[in-house]
Write a new protein. Structure first.
Length: 548
């Protein structure tokens, strides 16, 4: 048999905490053949991303490989020079990060960043690389593929940016791609297209891939084998079908369990009740580009309204209009029956503090140079006027509310926190203003199932304790089932359907709602192939791998 493309032998990895080196990966080994996909799964902090990066000979700052070896096509990456690694990275080895927003250079257009690898590695000239990039954009179903590459990262949605990064990784047709949670920011219909394109490039070019994810239904579609990690240790590994049918270890079985949390739906508000937030006839856009068209919905006290739809449907733009970050061209936003100034700069401090946001990517939402106490303390001081010891005591109270021990976390930096802990800090920062209404923008999409369930339970408890109203922007319909009272479905900037959650999940549906519901991945390795057949599609991403 041929030697494996990737061979990791008894790798031990440590991370520096103050002056002490702490274990991250404990003697894990793995192999990967050409054209094979290995799925790495486990909860937050399991070591998935660290192991995936180590497989290409890379460790982050403050992390070191203590012992073991990593071979790529016979090259020992732990002993290779920086020059040897540079010749491989981007050309034969590619990486797709979880947060495209934090990975793209905001000062350069997408296409300029796309062509950098093929041009610098001599794979193709700029003109051919641009043409190939446009074709990849088209096959990954990005809108206006001939034009979108000439935008800056901030001018496209998060889901579009993630697809652009996937196209960039494909630009040199590498032998190995590390996919680090590449679909967490994508809606379910876009996710199908991207997963299909990823699978096609692996099959047609015999490309190997390591697929890191917390979404078990997704890994079931992508991986030939699955390795389960827990706190740096290997729990078990087997082929995908065997792992799904008969996991051996209790920890793996717990991951396989369906998310159990589902809060009871609350009684509908009386017909004459004044909503906390009323969006009425809002039309808005950016420059000459129209994004929202006559959008209306209400959010009542103590209730959660989930706003769902594909990337680019207008969900986040609606949130920007509510917060005053984007002034509608037509329509208005009212709070407790009182119309709000359309521009946040014209709102009073009381009006500003009543509506807060919890952001999708805590990594980019928290100032990396400020400790937790200052991050939470800033709105405490700005909105509540507390300073000194009184401010610090209020921060400690907020940390306790989000179930983090104040003494352990108040002086930590965001880099010292797990993904779930960072998201809890984002929740505490929103609570610090003592609002009545909070916009939760994809707050669980980057979290594993166990951590996400904890965040949802926390949000539900806080809602009950503080009579909060939530607008929950999400593409995860499992989250909608778990926490929503009402659902608003958006497509192309319009509300196509809205109503109580139970009605929305009971047929008959609007055709677009039916499309969303049928696109939720299932724990069946054949689910994606069967879905594509039902929709009359062989391979959505076929042409994405044709070299121009």
């Amino acid at each position: 048999m041929a030697d494996p493309l990737v061979e990791v032998r008894d790798i031990w990895i440590e991370g520096r905490a103050d002056e002490t080196w702490m274990p991250i990966i404990n003697g894990v080994s793995m192999t990967l053949d050409k054209g094979e996909v290995l799925g790495l799964i486990g909860e937050s902090g399991a070591g998935k991303s660290t192991l995936g990066l180590a497989a290409i000979g890379f460790v982050r700052d403050g992390v070191r490989i203590k012992s073991g070896s990593v071979f790529f096509d016979g090259i020992d990456l732990t002993a290779a020079s920086a020059r040897e690694k540079r010749d491989l990275l981007g050309k034969r080895i590619a990486y797709v990060a979880q947060s495209a927003a934090a990975s793209f250079n905001p000062a350069h257009k997408l296409i300029d960043q796309h062509v950098e690898a093929p041009v610098n590695h001599g794979v193709a000239g700029r003109a051919d690389s641009v043409s190939d990039g446009i074709e990849l954009y088209r096959r990954l179903r990005l809108p206006n593929p001939e034009e979108i590459g000439f935008r800056y990262p901030h001018q496209v949605s998060g889901g579009q940016l993630q697809r652009a990064m996937t196209a960039m990784a494909m630009s040199c047709r590498p032998d190995l791609i590390i996919f680090d949670e590449p679909t967490t920011a994508l809606d379910v219909t876009t996710q199908i297209e991207v997963l299909s394109a990823i699978r096609d490039i692996v099959e047609q070019f015999d490309t190997a891939a390591i697929y890191i994810t917390h979404d078990l239904a997704v890994v079931a579609q992508m991986a030939d084998r699955i390795k389960v990690l827990l706190k740096g240790d290997e729990v078990e590994e087997s082929d995908t079908r065997s792992m799904l049918a008969d996991p051996k270890q209790d920890y793996t079985k717990s991951l396989w369990a369906v998310r159990s949390f589902q809060r009871p739906v609350k009684l509908q508000a009386p017909s004459d009740a004044v909503p906390v937030v009323c969006v009425q006839g809002v039309t808005a856009g950016y420059g000459d580009i129209s994004v929202l068209n006559d959008v209306s919905f209400d959010i009542h006290e103590g209730r959660t309204v989930a706003v769902v739809g594909e990337s680019g449907s207008g969900k986040s733009t609606a949130a920007r209009c509510i917060t005053g970050l984007l002034a509608p061209q037509i329509g208005h936003v009212a709070f407790n029956g009182e119309a709000l100034p359309l521009d946040y700069r014209k709102r009073t401090k009381i009006q500003l503090r009543q509506a807060q946001m919890i952001y999708q990517m805590a990594d980019t939402a928290l100032n990396p140079r400020k400790p937790v106490g200052e991050i939470i303390g800033r709105p405490v001081e700005f909105y509540m006027g507390l300073r000194g010891a009184r401010k610090r005591e209020r921060v400690r109270e907020l940390l306790s509310e989000i179930e983090l021990e104040p003494d352990q976390f108040i002086d930590r930096l965001p880099s010292e926190l797990s993904g779930g802990q960072k998201q809890r800090i984002g929740i505490a920062r929103a609570l610090a203003a003592e609002p009545r209404f909070i916009i939760c923008d994809e707050v669980t999409s980057a979290l594993d199932q166990l951590v996400a369930e904890g965040i949802l339970k926390l949000l539900a408890r806080l809602q009950d304790e503080h009579s909060l109203s939530y607008m929950f922007i999400t593409h995860d319909l499992a989250t909608v089932r778990a926490i929503a009272d009402e659902v608003v479905v958006m497509k192309d900037g319009r509300v196509v359907e809205q109503g109580p959650k139970d009605d929305m999940f009971t047929p008959p549906h609007h055709p677009y709602t039916d499309l969303l519901l049928s696109s939720v991945p299932e724990m069946d390795p054949d689910w994606l192939s069967e879905l594509l057949k039902q929709r009359g599609v062989d391979n959505i991403g076929d042409a994405a791998v044709d070299r121009m």
